[in-house]
Every structure is written in structure tokens, then in C-alpha cells.
Ligand binder design. Structure first.
Ligand code: FAD
Length: 298
């Protein structure tokens, strides 16, 4: 069976490995040219159900070799009061817990793993339409005018999935949550927290969280509120300095290290942004989608 998988993100590459393992022929179609997009983003938590899914295709090493275990999270109020502590999900039977990993390591690692296994990934192929034939086969149409034929079409093309729109045009699409999304890496802030343990702070103006990697780097995220959904152009126009200033203002009233951590985040040597802004959206409908890894923190 030939399986057309739309999107070469985490979901698409893992779906391809699963399809291949089941004895079928996957082909992945990715909108971006070459490996564009693999270096974007900050980090995410791959919860144990995500690790379990990777284990099902013998790919858990991608996360476990690049990330670090994150077993617990502790919640505080903006006044510094400890609200509670809990595990980051249950342990797997072998004792594995949630892992935290840079998004680029996760995406690059899964992409390479799929290629190493002989999965075909075609770049520059943006799905714009698809039709079912009477014999049950499917024809996918791409923006460059090309087509592909297969037996099954799998949508793994993210929260704004074109596949979902093609399959279910009436679906309500993703919904803006009213929160922004920013994150980064910092060093040289004195913190009293164990590596791998998350600290989450329900601040007066802004939710903030961080964890410390085994080598002492602080990995943080913040969810600044924004009633109106910023446009992509507005987000692109926001400089790292402007974002830093806004977050520091929001976090300053709290008895937490949030403002100091954001202030300590700088551009790295390669000029790559260590601060990133985005806007979390939640799909209102999950049907027809291959879900991505759960437990995203940013
Ligand atoms: C640039 C970016 C940065 C992110 N950074 C973070 C982060 O730092 N931390 C975090 O927790 N989460 C982040 N996320 C969200 C997180 O990565 C995803 O929610 C999660 O990994 C879901 O994975 P996915 O494979 O389902 O979808 P995605 O990661 O969105 O992958 C979907 C893939 O499909 C491709 N695609 C989209 N439309 C089409 C089309 N029509 N035809 C063909 N291909 C298409 C996209 O180019 C992409 O490669 C980020 C997402 C993006 C897009």
C-alpha cells in the first residue's frame, strides 16, 4: 500500500517510520524546500506517551540521546508561594520519564532517522488539494502543479493543516487561545532548582516556566496574554529586544526569577534568536490528523 504523508514534521516522519514498519510504502511531502524549518523553535517536552510512540518505531533514541529527563514540576504563585508539585506524567515500565529536547534536535533527528531508513521525503511539495477516485485510491495535488497517487492520505501538516481542510472543509480550524508564546535560553542566573525539574509560575500578568539542563543552561518559556490575535507580520516585526522588554515588564511584579532569566537571554554566537515569539493555537478538531508529540511546553 502506498501511503502519502503530508508534512515532514515530528508527526509526519514518525508516521512514515510506522507505515514502513507495518510493511507499506510511505512517501512524505513537505511544503518547505530542503530542510527549511528544521532549525526553528526552541524546545519541547516529549511526554511518556510520545516516548512510547517513538519506541513503537524504535526511534526513542532520537529524543533520549539529545534531550534530558524531566521528571517533576513544581508550581508557584506570583507571590512566591509554593502551590504544589507533581510528576510530569507517569513513568513507563522501564522507568523512563518525560524528556525535554530542543525542537531542532527532535526534528533534525527524526528527519535523519527517517532518511536513514530509506523513507522518501520530497521537499517543496505543498499540498493544495486531493481527490478520492472511485477505486478508492487518492490523488494529492501540490502547489507546483504536480500530483501524487496513493492508497491513503495522511495529514501530518500541523495545526493549520491543509489536509484537514481538504478532507473536512467545514471543520472550524484552530482557535486562538488569547495567549502569546515566547521562549529562550539563558545562563548566569542563580537558581535554586534541580536540573530536569520544571518550575511553573502563575504570575500576576504572565505564566512563566523554566527548567535547567544538565549543563546548567536555563530553558524557559512565557505565555504573555494578548486579547487580539497578533498577525504573522506583527510577530515578525517584533524584535528580540522589544519582546524582552515586554516580558520583563510583565514579569517584574512577581517574586520569581522570571524577569532576571529573560534579561539574561541573549543572541547566541551564531546570531540565532534565543528569544522566540509565537502564538499557541489549539486545533478545535483532531479528526483526520496525526497528533504531534504531547506535552509541548512552548
Ligand atoms: C516553526 C515552528 C516552531 C515551533 N517551535 C516550537 C517550540 O519551540 N516548542 C514547542 O513546544 N512547540 C513548537 N512548535 C509547535 C510544535 O513543534 C508542534 O506543535 C508539534 O511538534 C506538532 O508537530 P507536527 O509534526 O504535528 O506539526 P508541525 O511541526 O507543524 O509540522 C508540520 C509540517 O507540515 C508542513 N506542512 C504544512 N502545511 C503543508 C502543506 N500544505 N503541504 C505539505 N507540507 C505542509 C510544515 O512545513 C511542517 O514541516 C513549533 C512549530 C513550528 C511550525
Amino acid at each position: 500500500m502506498r501511503v502519502l504523508i503530508i508534512g515532514a514534521g515530528a508527526a509526519g516522519t514518525v508516521a512514515a517510520m510506522a507505515v514502513q514498519k507495518a510493511g507499506h510504502e510511505p512517501v512524505v511531502y513537505e511544503a518547505y524546500e530542503h530542510s527549511a524549518g528544521l532549525e526553528h523553535g526552541i524546545y519541547l517536552g516529549v511526554a511518556v506517551n510520545g516516548l512510547d510512540a517513538l519506541r513503537a518505531v524504535d526511534a526513542q533514541h532520537v529524543v533520549m540521546s539529545a534531550g534530558f529527563p524531566s521528571g517533576r514540576m513544581t508550581f508557584y504563585s506570583g507571590t512566591g508561594r509554593k502551590l504544589g508539585e507533581m510528576p510530569m506524567g507517569p513513568e513507563l515500565s522501564d522507568g523512563s520519564v518525560t524528556y525535554t529536547v530542543r525542537r531542532s534536535d527532535l526534528y533534525g533527528g527524526l528527519h535523519q532517522e527517517a532518511l536513514d531508513r530509506g523513507v522518501r521525503i520530497e521537499h517543496g511539495r505543498q499540498l493544495v488539494g486531493a481527490e478520492c477516485r472511485e477505486d478508492g485510491s487518492v490523488v494529492a495535488r501540490f502547489a507546483d502543479g504536480s500530483t501524487a497517487e496513493g492508497d491513503v492520505l495522511v495529514g501530518a501538516d500541523g495545526v493549520h493543516s491543509a489536509t484537514r481542510t481538504v478532507i473536512a472543509p467545514a471543520n472550524p480550524g484552530p482557535r486562538y487561545t488569547g495567549l502569546g508564546d515566547a521562549g529562550g535560553f539563558a545562563r548566569d542566573v542563580a537558581l535554586d532548582s534541580e536540573p530536569g525539574s520544571y518550575v511553573m509560575i502563575w504570575g500576576k500578568n504572565c505564566f512563566f516556566g523554566y527548567t535547567v539542563s544538565p549543563d546548567g543552561e536555563i530553558w524557559w518559556f512565557a505565555n504573555p496574554p494578548s486579547r487580539a490575535q497578533p498577525s504573522r507580520a506583527e510577530l515578525r516585526a517584533l524584535s528580540a529586544a522589544q519582546l524582552r522588554t515586554r516580558l520583563i515588564d510583565l514579569l517584574a511584579p512577581d517574586r520569581s526569577p522570571g524577569a532576571a532569566i529573560v534579561a539574561a537571554s541573549r543572541r547566541d554566537r551564531g546570531g540565532q534568536r534565543r528569544l522566540r515569539a509565537g502564538q499557541p493555537v489549539r486545533p478545535a478538531v483532531r479528526a483526520h490528523l496525526v497528533p504531534g508529540p504531547h506535552g509541548d511546553h512552548r
